[in-house]
Write a protein that binds this ligand. Structure first.
Ligand code: TC6
Ligand code: NDP
Length: 256
């Protein structure tokens, strides 16, 4: 289903982004992984190579719109076209909003919201030039719609990405470009662990909030991502698929 198609995965050097990149590669896609740290991207490319898949690393800071345009140009130069994008890059940390500095707010919003817009815009323009259509997936979190004390920057930015997705899904449907989101629940990655559940108490607290009683594995998020990105979801646009072990629904107050 993904053979002869090229996908750009932001934050493809670790965690969920790496799992999505490897799943795309295993399904036959050419994968362009991007992020700020070349060594992490090279590791993903090596893992793609080990599974017989084709990938390149193009280090990019998604906060820089010029660098994002150059990323898309590099992908087209190498593979001839771009058929998909995964907006996965993110930054996060826990801080009460009232104490958050403007720079702290900006650090997260620039990566998550502005970076996703720059990447989406550049890839959509390329798809328009190609006349091929394509598929764009953004990784958000359920607090985009229910909010979350302690991560106002990320919750607001992810909500912006959801609104961007729904808006551009309508604008770009005539071009055959689909935009959707996935909202994973707590997923076992080094990045999220360091940012959100750095010690055993915090980890136990997170686990106790998940009715399924466990963290997701990044490969579970990758499986769902490939469904949304691929042709089996060809009539799905402007949607958000949640996979969180029931976390956001499970805030019961009464009963067991
Ligand atoms: C359900 C879960 C859903 C989501 C999960 C995920 O997203 S998991 C993904 C998790 N993965 C990742 O997060 C990976 C990527 N993360 C990163 O690159 C960094 O964590 C980043 C987001 C801070 C950006 O880095 P950078 O080099 O661009 O920024 P910088 O270091 O220069 O700081 C900028 C400003 O932020 C301030 N500040 C920073 N930390 C804290 C804090 N704890 N407290 C308060 N403030 C803090 C810092 O003081 C400064 O403000 P100041 O002092 O100038 O007013
Ligand atoms: N793990 C979880 O529990 C959940 C995660 N998510 C979302 O899943 C996605 C992946 O998170 P996860 O894998 O856990 O965490 P990671 O920290 O492993 O992934 C974040 C990635 O973003 C990259 N990145 C950060 N800043 C930039 C930037 N300015 N430009 C380009 N790339 C950047 C990082 O690479 P580098 O630092 O090298 O640039 C890193 O590879 C994120 O969107 C996150 O919000 C959503 C819900 C739950």
């Amino acid at each position: 289903m993904f053979t002869d198609r090229t996908f750009i995965v932001t934050g493809g050097g670790s965690g969920i982004g790496r799992a999505i990149a490897l799943a795309l590669g295993a399904a036959g896609a050419c994968v362009v992984v991007t992020g700020r740290t070349p060594e992490k991207l090279d590791e993903t490319v090596a893992l793609l190579g080990e599974q017989g898949a084709d990938g390149i690393a193009v280090p990019t800071d998604v906060r820089d719109p010029g660098a994002v345009d150059a990323l898309v140009e590099a992908a087209v130069h190498h593979y001839g076209a771009v058929h998909g994008l995964v907006n996965n890059a993110a930054g996060n940390f826990v801080a009460p909003g009232i104490d958050l500095s403007p720079n702290g707010w900006k650090a997260v919003v620039d990566i998550v919201l502005n970076g996703s817009f720059y990447c989406t815009r550049a890839v959509a323009r390329q798809m328009r030039n190609q006349g091929t259509g394509g598929s764009i997936l953004s990784v958000i979190a359920s607090y985009a719609w229910h909010g979350h004390p302690g991560t106002v920057h990320s919750a607001a930015a992810k909500a912006g990405v959801l609104a961007m997705t729904r808006t551009l899904a309508v604008e770009l449907a005539p071009l055959g470009i689909r935009l959707n989101c996935i909202a994973p629940g707590p997923t076992e990655t080094k990045g999220a662990g360091a940012a959100l559940w750095a010690d055993d108490t915090a980890r136990a607290h997170v686990l106790s909030s998940v009715p399924a009683g466990r963290f997701a594995d990044p490969t579970e998020v990758a499986d769902a991502s490939l469904f949304v990105l691929g042709d089996r979801a060809s009539y799905m646009t402007g949607e958000c698929l949640t996979l969180d072990g029931g976390q956001w629904l499970g805030k019961q107050v009464y009963g067991q």
